[in-house]
Design a protein around this ligand. Structure first.
Ligand code: ZN
Length: 634
């Protein structure tokens, strides 16, 4: 259309806000707003400058609107575009408000008394924020490399989130480790427990548990009736978790109230009442799962190729050829098995891995009795590692030099890291949720765990991002978590400690590292195999030609890990219910190693490992695809 038509459509708009680039077929749109009687922007719309076709919505602020409305012509373009950092800043604020759980995990203050809306509408609202932010990012200015990297990182995360929401993955998710049932409880582990304000926050938040669980039950029920039922095993196991947290004389919330210190008498009644309500709601949720959801559950653990492909992209931040990754995992298993055999004979000449493990497990010098003694051992090792690495292999920022080893207040099994809060008042912590009955610990297996969770693993990576005030925007520092990047880095860090010589004087700890690596490699084969119901390939010497299922997965896991049965059983349930997550460790490590090789090739003799690590970590967490693009440019 000619300029006359453009002027005409432009002139009809009530309140022009700006111009931004847009999707095909139109090249540019005018963003306009209607104004309320009080002069505030109360509605936004867009229209193509060329053809007048309606476009998408763009996030704008009232200030930009005012600036732009004074402009009569298309120069408004400049003002209509927002910077990546301001979009990111806005997103953090709004995402924290829509999801106070995310706020607590990210250590953002101000939402400590709330829980998210877990109704279908609540999920829709959060997806809408992702969607509109994507549009804003698309139309944003990214003048330099730093902004372009930030934009690519955020676009990748939000796009896959929107896609998973639209496909119904997000609202149907129920598993033993990473679903809303656990988030709601785990939030309380991260909250301060000392003083009046802490107690008041906890009381209010506990009082919100019944509504959150009621909403979540309805959301799950709706998803199941709409063709997205959870797997039977996950429903049964989560119901058991609920029952364990709601044990009348030993409930999680009752125990939490007992741990609070400095509580004024005036708050006691409220705390006890809301702990009782939260406990009852947890028990009710368990009952709902057994009675109402279980009859709708699917028998199969396998999630199937479509869900799996999205899940894999979500956890890796990269589209990976799954058939290639599956084949590669078997090669990696064979390579590690040969290495295990070598190291085992250092423990006793000619010993097999199983014999070496038995020797190490029996060695009293490698055992610690009692949970508190074990916690203290982890703490001491983590601190020693920080002081050994700092200045030599890494420059560890000052606030990141503090880490706390913790025994988690529940007994589900599993070890995890929780990040520092934005203001560092809450330090980075590694938690071990020790299975009940376990009170004796073999240290040879856990040296690598401390490297993985602490330094140079998760704690270093996450803390370093948090200190990058200059290079990273607030979303990158606080909300960008990608399993393939973070777990990939922590898995890379396990072997790195071997490469740097820290496992040289102890073949036991070296074998422990290889065991962790073996488990990560085995889990790539297991996870892809089980969820896509693949065949076990020829030449592996184990159930060749058979198809994976939960039974073969258990047998495989027992054969590839030295963990005790209780912990391993939890791991199996976790893999079956959390498709795509566990391959992100080894597949992420693979990308980190490839990236290092590429950096070496680029730099030649000038290559410095310390410098490579420092530059790579200062980019902040992002999907592995954007990371591959960003690394050669940084
Ligand atoms: Zn990890």
């Amino acid at each position: 259309m000619g300029s006359g038509a453009r002027t005409a459509s432009y002139a009809r708009l009530p309140f022009v806000v700006g111009v931004a680039r847009t999707v095909a077929p139109c090249k540019a749109v005018v963003v306009y707003a209607s104004r309320s009687a009080r002069g505030q922007v109360d509605g936004l719309g867009v229209v193509c400058c060329d053809c007048g076709a309606p476009g998408f919505l763009l996030l704008v602020s009232a200030n930009q609107a005012k600036t732009v409305v004074r402009e009569k012509k298309y120069q408004a373009r400049v003002f209509g575009m927002r910077s990546i950092d301001s979009i990111a800043e806005d997103y953090v604020e709004r995402a924290a408000a829509l999801d106070p759980a995310l706020a607590t995990f990210a250590g953002i203050a101000g939402h400590d008394r709330e829980l998210p809306d877990l109704s279908a509408d609540g999920f829709a609202e959060r997806a809408e924020l992702d969607r509109s932010t994507l549009v804003a990012l698309h139309a944003s200015e990214a003048p330099g490399l730093r902004e372009q990297t930030a934009r690519a990182a955020m676009q990748e995360r939000l796009a896959v989130a929107v896609e998973r929401y639209d496909a119904g993955d997000t609202t149907s998710d129920l598993n033993v480790i990473d679903s809303w049932v656990q988030y709601v409880r785990e939030l309380f582990d991260l909250m301060p427990t000392e003083g009046e304000e802490a107690a008041a926050n906890i009381a209010k938040r506990m009082a919100a548990v019944p509504e959150a669980y009621r909403q979540f039950s309805q959301t799950l029920l709706g998803a199941a009736r709409n063709g997205r039922p959870p797997a039977r095993l996950q429903v049964e196991e989560v119901a058991k978790q609920c029952a364990a947290w709601a044990t009348p004389e030993d409930s999680f919330y009752g125990g939490l109230v007992k741990r609070l210190t400095g509580v004024p008498d005036s708050l006691r009644g409220e705390l006890d009442a809301s702990a009782r309500e939260a406990t009852a709601a947890t028990a009710r949720l368990g009952g709902f799962l057994r009675r109402e959801l279980l009859p709708l559950a699917r028998e199969k653990d396998a999630c199937g190729p479509e869900v799996y492909a999205r899940a894999s992209r979500h956890f890796l931040g990269a589209a990976v050829d799954l058939a290639e990754a599956y084949a590669w995992s078997w090669e990696e298993i064979a390579r590690l098995r040969a290495e295990q055999a070598q190291v085992s004979s250092l423990i006793r000449p000619g010993a097999t891995r199983e014999e070496a493990v038995a020797i190490l497990d029996k060695d009293p010098a490698r055992r610690i009795e009692g949970r508190e003694n074990f916690r203290a051992w982890m703490q001491e090792l983590a601190e020693r590692t920080i002081s050994q690495l700092h200045g030599k292999h890494f420059d560890i920022p000052e606030p990141a030099q503090r880490i706390e080893a913790m025994i988690a207040p529940v007994n589900d099994g599993g070890i995890y890291y929780s990040e520092p809060s934005e203001d560092w008042s809450r330090p980075g912590r590694m938690w071990w949720s020790v299975p009940s009955g376990l009170d004796s610990f073999a240290t040879w297996k856990e040296v690598t765990t401390v490297y993985h969770e602490g330094v140079p693993g998760h704690h270093l990576q996450i803390s370093q991002s948090l200190t990058e005030q200059e290079n990273l925007n607030r979303w990158q520092r606080l909300m960008s978590w990608v399993s393939g990047y973070g777990e990939g880095w922590a898995t890379y860090a396990e072997r790195l400690m071997g490469e740097l010589g820290y496992l040289d004087d102890d073949p036991g700890a070296y074998l422990g590292m290889l065991d962790m690596q073996m488990m990560s490699a085995a889990n790539v084969a297991l996870d892809i195999g089980v969820h896509l119901e693949l065949e076990i390939p020829k030449g592996t010497g184990w159930r060749e030609g058979e198809r994976w299922n939960a039974g073969t997965a258990w047998e495989f896991l027992r054969a590839h890990s030295s963990w005790d049965e209780k912990r391993l059983r939890f791991e199996l349930h976790r893999y079956l219910g959390w498709p795509g997550q566990v391959p992100s460790y080894k597949l992420g490590e693979r990308v980190w190693l490839q990236a290092r090789e590429e950096a070496k090739a680029r730099a030649g003799s000038a290559f410095s490992l310390k410098d490579f690590h420092s530059r790579a970590l200062s980019l902040g967490a992002m999907g592995l695809d954007p990371l591959r693009e960003a690394l050669p440019r940084c």
